[in-house]
Design a protein around this ligand. Sequence first.
Ligand SMILES: [Zn+2]
Length: 273
Amino acid sequence: MTFNPAILPETPSPATVRAFLFSNEKEIQLDQKSVPLLPPDSPLLKNAIYLGLLDNMPCYTARLDEATVLPTGYESGDIRSLHGHFEDELYALIGYASQILTWSENHQFCSRCGTKAEASEQERAMVCPACGLMNYPRISPSMIVAVTRGNELLMARGHHFPEGLYSVVAGFVEPGENLEQCVAREVMEETGLEITNIKYHSSQPWPFPHSLMVGFTADYVGGEIRIDPKEIADAGWYTANNLPEKIPSKATIARKLIDHFLSSQHPHAGATR
Ligand SMILES: [Zn+2]
């Protein structure tokens, strides 16, 4: 699959276009369990935003209001739980469509002078015709880190986590700090532990609505676990043979970091659940 983002559609439009239709910020509309194909003049594409070409097929995204009557066979799917249902490139495009749509909806007016903003015809931006302020799609970096102490992994659970679920420590980057400083600060704030040897591992866009998760590994240096009860509900050290009851799904970078820890303990092994 090849996706070429673009601002303005080419003309003439082909007989069908790919439609990323969202009913709210969590749900995408599916047709026979796939992303719908529609004629370009479909009423469902009223107010749609053009995204570009996917394998030469024009792609649009739009928000459907509650009054919209969907054709027979349509169903809504939870965006986050559809990971694995589509091939990776198409799933990434669903996230992109969701983020561009939400961003566009949230930047309809200039945040400096309040004038109605307009979509730029040159780049993905909302432009103020009065004062010229430009708003681009926001990407908010957040870090996530697997901290190890010998054969143990530091895991914690947030107050909003499903029952029994533990993950590795994560948090948003603050203005003026680099990623390594963010990693050290979040681990200290949430668990009271000092860490070292902070190394980049991998990253994952999480465009719901606009995060980029940056994954790290680190080693424990010192301190006893003292959780910040405002931030997390519990934290502890876990060995490969004694993981918490529930860990994040394979779709997540958290799981990639946990599996990385597991494979360092038992080469070629990963959690099976
Ligand atoms: Zn303005």
